[in-house]
Design a protein around this ligand. Structure first.
Ligand code: FAD
Length: 234
């Protein structure tokens, strides 16, 4: 099977050729291609054109409504206009290079920011309370029936300024139990991880990322299934 990546196109029609039995797609640019399987990826963009930009200034990078650490807009009506979920851009939270958290427009972050903003609005929360929602990026989903867990700066997000020789990644995969593990370390400290399948490593790795434990001495054996990391660090 050959992999082909197509950007900025939509599938207009999908059909099976009656004679050959091959799957045929017609794309939005008018071309037709034969495929075995399709993996479709769609992004999310803030849609807030209706809101006055003076009242709620926007981020230059993605057009979202800029908010402070408490989800208040940064314009003149900050105390009364909050923005959450896909509509907002959380530069104040995401810009801290020390924190393995970044904004990704997801259901979980929409729910967390909404709940946080509501509590700030009624005066029962401030910038520090509920901050644990923004200490580490986490996302759990399923691909092809397998559990997928993304932790921290799993894809080197926010690490552009870190010299490449200070970044290490280790990975292990096992077809036998359908698992894949990849970790990313900066100067020996775990910053992110990708866990596919039932690895049972999520809690330990989350703690390792949050605690900033120096793991240099383990090298690649960090991912050795025989090594019981929980015993070392819990
Ligand atoms: C194809 C796709 C797949 C996705 N898959 C995942 C996934 O697997 N996991 C995951 O975590 N996230 C996923 N997301 C992202 C997730 O859907 C969003 O991050 C989340 O829904 C954001 O919630 P929200 O409440 O901020 O915005 P929305 O869910 O978009 O809700 C905004 C609501 O406001 C309404 N609205 C808009 N303008 C106005 C107006 N002027 N007046 C009144 N109402 C208005 C809209 O109709 C909508 O109901 C996916 C997104 C897409 C597009």
């Amino acid at each position: 099977m050959k992999l082909r990546v197509l950007k900025n196109v939509c599938i207009r029609e999908a059909r099976k050729d009656a004679n050959t039995g091959v799957n045929v797609l017609t794309l939005s640019d008018g071309t037709t291609i034969e495929v075995d399987a399709v993996v479709a990826a769609a992004g999310v963009e803030p849609r807030c054109d209706w809101l006055d930009e003076v009242a709620a200034p926007r981020s230059k990078s993605d057009g979202g409504i800029l908010v402070d650490a408490c989800m208040r807009t940064v314009g003149p009506y900050g105390d009364s206009i909050f923005a959450v979920g896909d509509a907002c851009t959380m530069s104040a939270r995401a810009s801290n290079p020390e924190t393995p958290w970044f904004q990704m427009r997801l259901w979980s972050q929409a729910a967390q920011t909404g709940a946080f903003a509501a509590k700030v609005a009624v005066g029962v929360c401030d910038a520090d309370a509920l901050g644990f929602n923004f200490e580490i990026f986490t996302h759990v989903t399923r691909f092809f029936g397998l559990k997928v867990i993304l932790l921290g700066l799993y894809n080197a997000q926010k690490l552009d300024d870190v010299p490449a020789n200070e970044v290490t990644t280790y990975q292990r995969e096992s077809l036998a139990d359908a698992t894949y593990v990849r970790v990313l370390l900066v100067r020996g400290r775990m910053m992110g991880a990708v866990l596919v399948g039932d690895t049972d490593l999520e809690e330990t790795f989350e703690n390792l990322i949050l605690d900033g434990v120096d793991l240099s001495r383990f090298g690649p054996s960090l991912l050795d299934p025989e090594l019981d990391l929980e015993d070392y660090f819990d």
